[in-house]
Design a protein around this ligand. Sequence first.
Ligand SMILES: NC(=O)c1ccc[n+]([C@@H]2O[C@H](COP(=O)([O-])OP(=O)(O)OC[C@H]3O[C@@H](n4cnc5c(N)ncnc54)[C@H](O)[C@@H]3O)[C@@H](O)[C@H]2O)c1
Length: 274
Amino acid sequence: MYNLLKGKKGIIFGALDSKSIAWHVAERCHEEGAEFTLSNTPVALRLGTLNELADKCGAEIIPADATSVEELENVFKRTMEKFGGKIDFVLHAIGMSMNIRKGRTYDNIDYGFYQKSLDISAWSFHKVLQVAYKLDAIKEWGSIVALSYIAGQRIFYKYCDMADAKALLESIARSFGYIYGRDRKVRINTISQSPVLTTAGSGVEGIDKLFDYADKTSPLGNATADDCANYCVAMFSDLTKRVTMQNLYNDGGFSSMGMSEQAMEVYSKGIDIQ
Ligand SMILES: NC(=O)c1ccc[n+]([C@@H]2O[C@H](COP(=O)([O-])OP(=O)(O)OC[C@H]3O[C@@H](n4cnc5c(N)ncnc54)[C@H](O)[C@@H]3O)[C@@H](O)[C@H]2O)c1
C-alpha cells in the first residue's frame, strides 16, 4: 500500500458483486486510504451483494438509476453532505445491453433496446459529468474515470450495440474533458480494459473464447480486474494530474497487436487440417 489516496473522497458506481470490476476498484481505493460512497440501481442492490462491500469499506450506499438525472443529483448531494464538501474522484463502471441479452445481432437490432443501451452505458456518463459540473461537486485536479472496451474502435463479434455505446462513452470523455479541464482543472479519462468474466462481461456470447483469444494475443496476457483497480488508483491519485481526455488501454498490449507468432502457428495448422 502506498497511501496514494489518503484523504481523498469519491463515488464508485457499478459494483454488483465480487466479480465486478468496480468492486475491485473500491477495495483498492479503500486500501489506499480513500473514503467513498457506492451507488447502484435498487434492483442491483437486491440481486447483488453490495452490502458486503459497503461493510468492508465503511461506505454508504446511495441507490440510483444512472439514467435519471434527479437520482444522480441525489447521489452527488448526499455524498458531498457526508464528506462536508467537494469530492476528488468518480468511477463510472456501468454497462448493459438488452440487445446482447436477447441475443440480437447488429443487423436485427431492437431500437427501444438500442436507446436503453446508449442511455445506460454512455449517456449516463454524460449525466454524471453534467450533474457533477452543475453542482460544482469535484475539487480542482479531481479525476473521473469510466470503463470502456476496445470494441469502441474495432469489431468484436457479438458486441453488438455496446460497441456504439463505448465509442460514444469515449467521445463524451473527450468532449466534457475539454470543458471540465478548461473551467475547473478536472480530468476525465476512459480505461479500455481487457475482457473480465463479470456479470456484464458474461452476457456477451462466446466471452470465454474472446477472453482466451485476448489472453493469448496480448504479450503480457489479459489485465485482470485487480490490474484495472490499480490503474484506477493511479488515475485518481495526484501522480497523473495532467492526464486527461484519453482512452487508456489496460490490456496487456492487445490493442497494438496484429498477428502473434502463436496465432500464426494455430492458423497454419487450421489451414492444413482443411
Ligand atoms: N467485463 C469485461 O469484460 C469488461 C471489459 C471492458 C470494460 N468493461 C466495462 O466495465 C464496466 C463494469 O462492468 P463489469 O464487467 O464490472 O460488470 P458488472 O455487471 O459487474 O457491472 C455492470 C454494472 O452496471 C450496473 N448498471 C446497469 N444498469 C444500470 C443503471 N441503469 N444505473 C446504474 N447502474 C447500472 C449494474 O448493476 C452493474 O453493477 C462496464 O462499463 C463494462 O462495459 C467490462
